[in-house]
Write a protein that binds this ligand. Structure first.
Ligand SMILES: C[S@@+](CC[C@H](N)C(=O)[O-])C[C@H]1O[C@@H](n2cnc3c(N)ncnc32)[C@H](O)[C@@H]1O
Ligand code: SF4
Ligand code: SF4
Length: 344
């Protein structure tokens, strides 16, 4: 079983579902303007105060593109005054002035996505010409402003041959760490699944061949690093829904912070209790020895096996014949529910 916490130590805010880019793989399916009313400035500030008063020590701010929100610096200043604050951004809106404002607002750590080492590759994913150059410049400005900056990338068929070059590019831009992440069958990525998804063997071969340049740390989420971190995770989306984790966005809704305090949902929602308990039927004993793998990521376990207590097929020990290149049938539906389980 997973460790039992009284409170989530960190909470993710998916601050907006608006974005200046149009990524083909985006799990959030962002638009230029909000599809429905998002939480107001006052609501986010109140939530930050409430979480800090309840012992939350870290917030991870993402989107959509969080820098699209006109009130972003008010929200960041309130968050950094009370919690360690990380910001995940596409980097394209970060000029020298914005980087210095981020530093002055107390943000300790920024994560920027690069989907390729070449302009053609990154801009194909981002759907907007010129975004590669802007994202690279954004990283340089962040580093120059003295902000610890990581580059993130998602491993797909289209950029698998560039991951090593992304490590080298990230180092040359001044990043300290690169996170190589998996593609999740969420949002727009579902309709491109057959074009982008690699088999598990192909994914493991890319990860196994990486040779990080001196001074760069690589973070990856495959065996032996396939974690089940649901026990410590809470996320509030742009509309106030408590969705557990950004990667659970299509499967989980514990309720809305406008109606029920987040900690009450964390304590009482039956699915929240199930996910946090981490009772899984098969685990990989070599994944995350310190933390306990408890079956790996719950999002991909549920997507491919339709059960919260199933092993994660992104781990070779637990894969058991699942072809990750094939999108599970139930995910083709508009309002999906796995064949063996009603939507929770
Ligand atoms: C939705 S974005 C929000 C922050 C910012 N706009 C950005 O792109 O970095 C958060 C992260 O989710 C990642 N992401 C989007 N779609 C994904 C998918 N289908 N699978 C895995 N990660 C995804 C993005 O690469 C990005 O790092
Ligand atoms: S992945 Fe990030 S940058 Fe790309 S469309 Fe989604 S929110 Fe925007
Ligand atoms: S869904 Fe996966 S990434 Fe998200 S908290 Fe659970 S195990 Fe961690």
């Amino acid at each position: 079983m997973n460790p039992k916490l009284e409170r989530p130590p960190k909470v993710t805010f998916s601050l907006t579902e608006t974005c200046n880019l149009a990524c083909r793989h985006c799990y959030a399916d962002c638009k230029k303007t909000a599809k429905r009313p998002e939480l107001s400035t006052a609501e986010w500030l109140h939530l930050i105060d409430y979480l800090a008063a309840n012992g939350v020590i870290q917030t991870y701010i993402e989107g959509g593109e969080p820098l699209q929100r006109p009130d972003i610096f008010r929200i960041l200043r309130r968050a950094t005054a009370k919690m360690m604050t990380l910001l995940r951004t596409n980097g394209t809106l970060i000029d020298a002035r914005t980087a210095h404002r981020l530093k002055a607002s107390g943000v300790g750590h920024v994560l920027v996505d690069l989907m390729g080492a070449r302009r053609e590759t990154h801009d194909w994913f981002a759907g907007v010409e010129g975004s590669f150059a802007l994202a690279c410049t954004g990283v340089k400005h962040l580093v120059a402003a003295g902000i610890k900056t990581d580059v993130l990338t998602i491993l797909t068929k289209r950029n698998a041959g560039e991951i090593q070059a992304i490590l080298e590019l990230a180092r040359s831009l001044g990043a300290q760490r690169v996170g190589v992440l998996r593609l999740y069958p969420l949002g727009l990525a579902k309709s491109l699944w057959s074009e982008l998804a690699l088999s598990l063997d192909e994914q493991m071969a890319v990860i196994g061949a990486l040779a990080p340049p001196d001074g760069l740390a690589v973070m990856q989420s495959w065996h032996p690093r396939d974690r089940n971190c649901c026990w410590q995770s809470a996320t509030v989306n742009a509309f106030g829904d408590s969705i557990g984790c950004p990667y659970l966005r299509e499967y989980v809704n514990h309720g809305n912070v406008r109606d029920v305090p987040l900690m009450e949902m964390w304590d009482n929602d039956p699915l929240s209790k199930t996910l946090r308990a981490g009772k899984i039927d098969t685990s990989c004993t070599r994944c995350n020895k310190n933390d306990g793998s408890e079956g790996g990521c719950r999002s991909t376990a549920y997507a491919f096996r339709g059960r919260w207590d199933a092993g994660d097929p992104f781990c070779p020990t637990l894969n058991d014949g699942v072809d990750l290149r094939v999108l599970p049938e139930w995910l083709h539906q508009e309002n999906p529910a796995p064949a063996n389980q009603a939507r929770s």
